[in-house]
Design a protein around this ligand. Structure first.
Ligand SMILES: Nc1nc2c(ncn2[C@@H]2O[C@H](COP(=O)(O)OP(=O)(O)O)[C@@H](O)[C@H]2O)c(=O)[nH]1
Ligand SMILES: [Mg+2]
Length: 493
C-alpha cells in the first residue's frame, strides 16, 4: 500500500464524517471507499463494430460477450470474477436488481432479457469465474457515434457523464482508423481539474488489425507500423498513453479454437495451394465455391470465426508444419497482438492501480464538494488539492504530460529517458529503468543509482533552463523512489 492510497482513504473517511447526514453524499462516498479495494474497472469503448466485444472475449479467453447486433450489445455490461456464473439486470429507475438466465449457444453466451425493453436497463452484471477478471473488471459498452443515436448516447453517458466522474477507472479505446470523431471522443475524457487533464487512464487500440492489409499475410506488420506512427502523433500522445494494434477476432478464435475447426483448416491446407488462393479471393467465393471437404457450411463457419485473413494465415501455418491445435492457437495468439495488449494493460493500468483508484476517489470527493457545498468543505477541498499537488504519483503524471506535449525541452535521448523513468512505459522498476523482466536486485540498484546521478547532474547544471530543471528534479525524485523501494515496485508481477 502506498502513501497515496492511505491519504486518499483518509480523505474519503474525513469527507464521510462531514457528510454523514446527507444520504446521497454519504452513500456515494461509502461506495467509493468500497470501490477502492475492488478490482480496477476497465471499460472497452469505441464505435459500433470496432470489435469491442470480440476483444473482450479474447482477453478473457471465452466467448462471454455477445458480438454483432443483438439487443444485449446495446447495454453496458460488466464482467466480474465470481465463484459461480450468473447475470443480474440493474434497472434505470433504481428498482431491485433482477437475476436473468445465462445459456450457451454455439459456444457463445446468451442472455435473455425476458422482454425487458433495452431502454429500461441501466446495466447487466455478469459474474464469471475467470482468473482474467480477478484483477480487473471489464466493462463492455455500446458503440459511440453510432447510427443509433440512442445507443451512442448511452455509451457517452456512461463513459463521460455530464456532471460526474466516469464509473470506469480506465478506458481501452478501439478505433479502426483515426477519425475526427475518435479524437473528439478521446478529448471528452479530458475535462477540468488536475487529475483529469492527463491521458493516464486511456490506451488506444488499432482494432481489426487483420483487415488493414486487405487480407495480405503481412497485414499485422502493417498494422503495427501504423500503430507506431499513431504513437508518435502529437495529438494522440496527449490523449492516450499508447496505441497498440490487435487483431481481436483472430485472438478470440485462437483462444477458443475447437478440434473440428483445426481439422477443417487441415483439409483446406491439404488442397493444392493455388486452389486455396483462388478460394480466398473473396468471402463470397470462399463460402460458395463447389467443394466437398470442407463443405460450404463449414467454410462459412470458418470465415465467421477466423476471417479471411485468419483462414489464410492458419492454412499457411499448417502447410509450414504446425501439427496440432494447441501449437496453431499459440502461434495465432502471438501474431494477433493480444500479448502486447495484455502487457500494456499490465504496465499502464494494473501497475498504476493505486494512482487510478485514487484519481477516481478524488474526483468523487470533488463532485460531492461541488454538489453539496458546506463550510467544512473548504478543508476537504484543500486536502484534495494537497494530495493532487503533493503526491509524487500525480506530480510525475503532470510532468509526463508536459514532456509529451512538448512543453519541456530536453535533448531527444534525455527526453525518452525522462519519460521512461517517470513511468511512461509502465510503473514497475524494470519498466522505468528499461531493464528486462529477469533483472535482479543488484542490476536494478545499479541502474537506478546511475539514473539518479545523471538526472541530478542535469537538474543542477547551469545550462538547464528553469522549467527543464524543475522537470529534472521530478525525475530525480522518481529515481530516489526506485532506490528506496525497489521491492515494492518490483513485486507487482
Ligand atoms: N476481420 C475481423 N473482424 C472482426 C474483428 N473483431 C470483430 N470483428 C467482427 O466485427 C463484427 C463486430 O464485432 P463486435 O465485437 O461485436 O464489435 P462491437 O460492436 O465493437 O462490440 C463481428 O462480426 C466480428 O466478428 C477483427 O479483429 N477482425
Ligand atoms: Mg459489442
Amino acid at each position: 500500500m502506498s502513501a497515496l492510497t492511505d491519504q486518499t482513504r483518509a480523505l474519503l473517511r474525513a469527507a464521510l464524517e462531514v457528510y454523514g447526514d446527507s444520504p446521497q453524499a454519504a452513500g456515494w462516498l461509502r461506495h467509493h471507499l468500497e470501490r477502492f479495494d475492488e478490482p480496477l474497472r476497465v471499460a472497452i469503448a469505441g464505435k459500433v463494430k470496432a470489435g469491442k466485444s470480440t476483444l473482450l472475449n479474447a482477453l478473457v479467453g471465452e466467448r462471454i460477450a455477445p458480438t454483432d447486433a443483438g439487443e444485449c450489445t446495446r447495454i453496458v455490461t460488466w464482467y466480474a470474477d465470481a465463484p459461480a456464473p450468473g447475470v443480474r439486470m440493474r434497472m434505470r429507475n433504481g428498482g431491485p436488481e433482477r437475476p436473468l438466465t445465462l445459456t450457451r449457444r454455439d459456444g457463445a453466451l446468451q442472455i435473455d432479457l425476458q422482454g425487458t425493453p433495452v431502454e429500461n436497463v441501466d446495466r447487466l452484471v455478469v459474474d464469471w469465474p475467470s482468473q482474467h477478471l480477478r484483477r480487473t473488471n471489464l466493462i463492455d459498452t455500446p458503440g459511440i457515434a453510432s447510427l443509433s443515436a440512442d445507443t451512442s448516447a448511452r455509451a457517452g453517458e456512461f463513459l463521460t457523464p455530464e456532471d460526474a466522474p466516469s464509473p470506469a477507472d480506465a478506458v481501452v479505446y478501439l478505433m479502426r482508423h483515426l477519425h475526427a470523431g475518435d479524437v473528439r471522443f478521446l478529448e471528452s475524457f479530458h475535462d477540468r481539474g488536475v487529475a483529469r487533464a492527463t491521458p493516464v487512464n486511456t490506451i488506444a487500440v488499432l482494432s481489426r488489425a487483420d483487415e488493414i492489409g486487405v487480407g495480405r499475410l503481412d497485414a499485422l506488420t502493417s498494422a503495427r507500423r501504423i500503430a507506431r506512427r499513431y504513437r508518435g502523433d502529437d495529438k494522440l500522445r496527449g490523449l492516450c498513453q499508447t496505441v497498440v494494434a490487435v487483431a481481436g477476432l483472430l485472438a478470440e478464435t485462437a483462444r477458443t479454437m475447437r478440434q473440428d475447426e483445426f481439422v477443417a483448416l487441415g483439409e483446406l491446407a491439404a488442397l493444392p495451394r493455388a486452389d486455396v488462393e483462388a478460394l480466398l479471393l473473396s468471402a463470397d467465393r470462399f463460402g460458395r465455391t463447389e467443394l466437398d471437404r470442407p463443405d460450404s457450411t463449414t467454410r462459412i463457419r470458418l470465415l465467421e470465426r477466423f476471417g479471411l485473413f485468419g483462414v489464410r494465415l492458419a492454412t499457411t501455418l499448417i502447410r509450414q508444419g504446425v501439427k496440432d491445435p494447441t501449437a496453431l492457437a499459440d502461434d495465432l495468439v502471438r501474431r494477433s497482438g493480444l500479448d502486447e495488449l495484455r502487457r500494456v494493460l499490465d504496465t499502464q493500468f494494473s501497475e498504476r492501480r493505486d494512482l487510478l483508484k485514487s484519481r477516481s476517489a478524488l474526483l468523487a470527493v470533488d463532485l460531492v464538494l461541488t454538489r453539496e457545498p458546506r463550510p467544512a468543505g473548504a478543508r476537504l477541498r484543500a486536502e484534495v488539492e494537497r494530495i493532487l499537488a503533493g503526491a509524487h504519483e500525480f506530480v510525475e503524471l503532470r510532468a509526463l504530460s508536459d514532456l509529451r506535449a512538448g512543453k519541456i525541452v530536453f535533448p531527444p535521448e534525455a527526453l525518452a529517458d525522462a519519460e521512461r523513468l517517470l513511468g511512461g512505459d509502465g510503473g514497475s522498476a524494470v519498466a522505468r529503468l528499461g531493464l528486462g523482466d529477469g533483472a535482479g536486485p543488484g542490476e536494478l540498484h545499479g541502474a537506478a543509482t546511475e539514473a539518479l546521478r545523471r538526472w541530478r547532474r542535469r537538474a543542477e547544471s547551469p545550462l538547464t533552463g528553469r522549467a527543464s530543471a524543475e522537470a529534472a528534479r521530478i525525475v530525480v525524485r522518481s529515481c530516489e523512489g526506485l532506490l528506496a523501494a525497489p521491492a515494492r515496485h518490483h513485486a507487482h508481477h
